[in-house]
Ligand binder design. Structure first.
Ligand code: ACO
Length: 345
């Protein structure tokens, strides 16, 4: 990005009394399990075809965690990779936030298991749940702690073992999801701009569109709840699709408006990796060029809270994002929830 464009955005944080304080992303890291499940493999499990999955979603394969590999294991591996890249020691971490809908167990939090696994014993730790929007929600929460001078170094992770809540007999959903984790280390850095803005939204009136009804206080685990499949993810795909396109477009516009920039100034757009047709529809409405958009859902499917975190790490590794670039993350998930963030890399 040219220096002239670089200067042409506003840091919305400045007007909130945060002068002299910035939240940079010091490093990112990701991890996906070794086992690949291709569309051809799924053809043997349910009544589907590679052609249907590819044309309706863009997904060709997804990664599946081993039976004894939990969300916290993947989260810890992604975190350690980010820590190595950023030169951050476990004892420097003040706070761990894990965004997930597939925690190791209802309690304690997956963040506490991650703390144990990476040895960040000084850190506070908690989980948040905003489904596929979770990573942006966690980034925004982490940033608030940095800007308010509460903490200096925060580990933000999106991690999922969605294979543990998928009904492998339901072709409507089992072809869509995969497992993995992505992590970012947030730090106060006086010279850097980092995260410029993040906006979040929710609409609980549409909570039924995408849910896992069993396992909570409303429907605790019983023999009936298990045999009725209430512990599996359920989705009204068509309605979710429509809502996703509208919400992602609106969230992206709001984030750009807050920074007083337009879409052409964004070097790399990283959308939630749920469906290629959703990404294309949002891109068309925003007026983006195809080369601005980073897509890796063909390899991993929808990894929910891990999706944009893994994609961000891969985009950096592939040098699709360079220092000084403006990056737009835009997400959508169950809740309904949605969000967008602008980062100066
Ligand atoms: N293989 C073959 N046929 C299938 C499959 C499959 N895997 N799945 C569904 N079909 C059939 C359906 O049964 C239906 O058949 P019918 O017409 O005889 O009833 C037909 O294909 C068409 O189904 P649609 O629902 O119309 O397919 P659509 O084009 O809407 O694609 C999809 C479905 C891929 C689920 C899409 O709606 C979608 O991506 N929705 C959004 C998902 C999303 O964004 N999730 C984000 C949040 S996820 C989270 O927060 C955890």
């Amino acid at each position: 990005m040219s220096p002239s464009i670089q200067k042409k955005f506003k840091n919305p944080r400045a007007k909130h009394g945060f002068q002299g304080r910035t939240c940079s992303i010091a490093a990112v890291g990701s991890y996906v399990p070794a086992k690949e499940l291709t569309n051809q493999d799924l053809e043997k499990l349910v009544d589907t075809t590679d052609d249907w999955i590819t044309s309706r979603t863009g997904i060709k394969a997804r990664r599946i965690a081993a039976e004894d590999e939990f969300t916290s294991d993947m989260a810890a591996k992604a975190a350690l990779r980010a820590m190595v890249k950023g030169g951050v020691k476990p004892e420097e971490i003040d706070l761990i936030i894990v965004a997930t809908i597939t925690p190791d167990m209802p309690f304690p939090s997956t963040a506490c298991w991650v703390q144990q696994k990476i040895g960040a014993h000084r850190a506070a730790a908690f989980d948040i749940e905003a489904a596929c929007s979770g990573f942006i929600f966690a980034l925004e929460i982490g940033q608030q702690f940095i800007m308010s001078r509460t903490y200096d170094t925060i580990l933000v992770i999106g991690a999922e073992k969605l294979s543990s809540i998928i009904n492998w007999k339901d072709r409507n959903t089992c072809v869509l999801f995969g497992d993995g984790a992505g992590a970012a280390i947030l730090r106060h850095r006086p010279a850097a701009h980092g995260l410029l803005t993040a906006c979040m939204g929710a609409d609980g009136r549409k909570a039924d569109l995408l849910s896992m009804p069993g396992g909570g206080s409303r429907c605790p685990a019983t023999i009936d709840s298990v045999s009725n499949g209430l512990h599996f993810l359920r989705m009204d795909g068509k309605e979710t699709f429509k809502n996703a396109v509208n919400a992602m477009y609106t969230a992206a516009q709001e984030a750009l408006r807050r920074c007083e920039i337009n879409i052409s100034q964004i070097a790399c757009i990283i959308p939630h990796q749920a469906n290629r047709r959703i990404i294309d529809a949002v891109g068309e409405r925003l007026g983006v060029q195809p080369e601005q958009v980073f897509v890796n859902l063909d390899k991993y499917g929808n990894t929910s809270a891990a999706s944009v975190a893994i994609a961000l790490d891969e985009a950096v590794e592939q040098e699709r994002i360079k220092q000084g670039d403006l990056v737009l993350l835009v997400v959508f998930g169950a809740g309904l929830t949605w969000g967008a963030a602008v980062i100066e890399w």
